[in-house]
Design a protein around this ligand. Sequence first.
Ligand SMILES: [Mn+2]
Length: 195
Amino acid sequence: MREVTVERNTAETQISLTFNPDGTGRYLVDTGCGFLNHMLELFSRHGRFDLTVTCHGDVDVDYHHTAEDIGITLGQALAESLGDRRGIRRYGSFVLPMDEALILCAVDLSGRCTLNYQVHCPTEKVGDFDVECAKEFWYGFARSAPATLHFVQMAGDNSHHILEACFKGMGRALAAAVAIDEDFPDEIPSTKGVL
Ligand SMILES: [Mn+2]
């Protein structure tokens, strides 16, 4: 089991996060933001990752620091859990429909940060959550993983559905990417020999 726990403490957020890529989709999520809890719970279940998150953030400001810093911490936990990335499949992609929304999610656990976020929500908020914080979450994740992430919205006109499709779809794409390739479990999947 590749389970890791990461603590991250700043003046803005105090985060404790446990991540297991070989889990079953069990979660315990308390971020201080109801919508972000919902997204991380979906991510855990659809990726079959076990995930525990506790965050005490400066939510009296807004959810920006909370979303960004949880993304950073989750990316760090993913990186630590994979070690030198030996044996992983590296790539994953999923096109996830959520009612009228359709989102292409693709990941390369490349060791390099790229975020291509072509997601356009028609509203600024879902509940009390600023939809722009979702991009901050994924950018934080891509930087600290480090990983190449693509989100391309093919359809969708409901912000809740659009963001939910991103989290479910990237959960499933990542599940494929972190899986061990049983045919080549001792190989780092790069001609450079390093990821
Ligand atoms: Mn929902």
